[in-house]
Ligand binder design. Structure first.
Ligand code: RVP
Length: 498
């Protein structure tokens, strides 16, 4: 009974990092970190598996910046797997399994495919895989749109001369061929004339444009996807792995639950899924983290109740302030060298370094990214200001099926069997200010982390974790931390009063 009140829990606003002796300048800092046991990323940021934060567009943008997006699971399996596919095809040194079109398809069908995959043209192949041509914007330029439905690909495609290259061509040779023939796409063929891959100019440009991008061994962007542990969760997990997901996040509000641990064990042992990295969560105690490590996870995700849209701590009265929760989880994970991910509750860039010093190796963000161009949903105008909607996955809107949109979100809160009109919500629906492109927001967040590393005197993330020390502050200290006794007269790119 003595330890009924075990200890005081601290969160981001309760602590500051001590400045230390430094010979690091901010631009020297290297933010490379471990996402999981086997995957490293160059910036320690994940976008949250929420239906107002991460779909394929956000996942692509996050991976290009050097982080990773976790696709939410509040959609049918085929939709989520389709999004994994979109990310994996979006940018690569060579596309090994390109989207193609048949010669007898209409231009209208082609147009739909190109829109769906956001590409400007496709190789044309016979049903047996033989490459017969290529069709791009250039070929379509002189066909009026009203004739798209009645015109076949074979009648306008470029067939001869067709510039191709053998599979295995070196990157530089491919670039030279593209330049020499002034073409944008180079289909690769095997010795039988079957299409075996595709190299595009865009991919060359992109890899120069996004030097930090998170990529797999084939040069494709990394992507993660959320799964549950209930109902068709196994079918979802295998479909996502099949589609190419690099990471599965077993996504629940209480990761210290038997069903959840069973799912992790199955994922890590079944031949269909055991090669994929598995993140488990969420937990907020040392024991919870230890249970996940024992079940075999590749990273432990921490956070019960810190989220900006979360009401778990008031509805259920349960949670642990986030800095303490991360530290407790780290105590359980350090021996097994399993990385910790701090999920939720970050308000400013300075909170990233605090999470890392507490023991996390990366952080997951919802609210800080929900206002970017790449999050799902349209801009809304309120009193002349621009906002984007942001809601908890345990909000009424996310947990209830509406019209033909079925909800898949209830089991995250262990209410998979509860009728829609009886769910107990643990989140709210809201809006956040519009923030422009993700690249600009990520730049400020990572830039803030570089400043933290400079102040602490750490060139790398492990060094930051080793050297970083906290001072606990009081409400007066917090007041002093924020701008005070002055009226802000201009917007700041990385600060707004909450
Ligand atoms: P935040 O970044 O503070 O907006 O928090 C995002 C996190 O909140 C998510 O990654 C998830 O763990 C949690 N979440 C999502 N929905 C809800 C809810 O409805 N309670 N909570």
């Amino acid at each position: 009974v003595e330890d009924k009140f075990s200890f005081v829990g601290l969160t981001y606003d309760d602590v500051l990092l001590l400045p230390g002796e430094t010979d690091v300048i901010p631009s020297d800092a290297d933010t490379t970190t471990r996402l999981t046991r086997e995957i490293s990323i160059r910036i320690p940021l994940l976008s949250a598996a929420m239906d107002t934060v991460t779909e394929s567009r956000m996942a692509i943008a996050m991976a290009r910046q050097g982080g990773i997006g976790i696709l939410h699971r509040n959609v049918p399996i085929a939709d989520q797997a389709g999004q994994v596919d979109l990310v994996k095809r979006s940018e690569s040194g060579m596309i090994t399994d390109p989207v193609t079109v048949g010669p007898d398809a209409t231009l209208a069908e082609l147009d739909t495919l190109c829109g769906q995959y956001r590409v400007s043209g496709l190789p044309v192949v016979e049903p047996d895989g033989t490459l017969v041509g290529i069709i791009t914007n250039r070929d379509l330029r002189f066909v009026p749109r009203e004739r798209f439905a009645g015109t076949r690909v074979r009648d306008v495609m470029t067939a001869s001369p067709l510039v191709t290259a053998p599979v295995g061509i070196a990157r530089e040779d491919a670039a030279a061929l593209l330049a020499k023939h002034r073409v944008e796409k180079l289909p690769l063929v095997d010795e039988h004339g079957l299409l075996a891959g595709l190299i595009t100019v865009k991919d060359f440009v992109k890899s120069e444009q996004y030097p930090m991008a998170s990529k797999d061994s084939a040069g494709r962007l990394l992507v993660g996807a959320a799964v549950g542990f209930f109902g068709d969760a196994w079918e979802r997990a295998t479909a996502l792995v099949e589609a190419g997901a690099d990471v599965l996040v077993v996504d629940t509000a209480n990761g210290h639950a038997r069903l959840m641990l069973d799912m992790v064990r199955r994922l890590k042992s079944d031949p269909a899924t055991r090669d994929v990295q598995v993140i488990g969560g969420n937990v907020a105690t040392r024991e919870g983290a230890a249970a996940l490590v024992a079940a075999g996870v590749d990273a432990v995700k921490v956070g019960v109740g810190p989220g900006s849209i979360c009401t778990t701590r008031v509805v259920a009265g349960v949670g642990v302030p986030q800095v303490t929760a991360i530290y407790q989880a780290w105590l359980a994970c350090r021996e097994a060298a399993v990385p910790v991910i701090g999920d939720g509750g970050l308000q400013y860039s300075g909170d990233i370094a605090k999470a890392l010093v507490a023991g996390a190796e990366s952080v997951m963000l919802g609210g800080l990214l929900a206002g970017t161009d790449e999050s799902p949903g349209d801009l809304v105008f309120v009193n002349g200001k621009q906002y984007k909607r942001y809601r908890g996955m345990a909000s009424l809107g996310a947990m209830q099926s509406r019209g033909d949109r079925r909800s898949f979100s209830k089991d995250r809160y262990f209410q998979g069997d509860v009728p829609d009109d009886e769910v107990i919500t643990e989140g709210i629906e809201g809006q956040v200010p519009y923030r422009g492109p993700l690249a600009a927001v990520a730049h400020q967040l990572v830039g803030g982390l570089h400043q933290s590393m400079f102040y602490v005197g750490a060139r790398t993330v492990p060094e930051l974790q080793r050297r970083g020390k906290f001072v606990r502050i009081t409400p007066a200290g917090l007041k002093e931390s924020h701008p005070h006794d002055v009226q802000m007269v201009a917007d700041s790119p990385n600060y707004a009063r909450r």
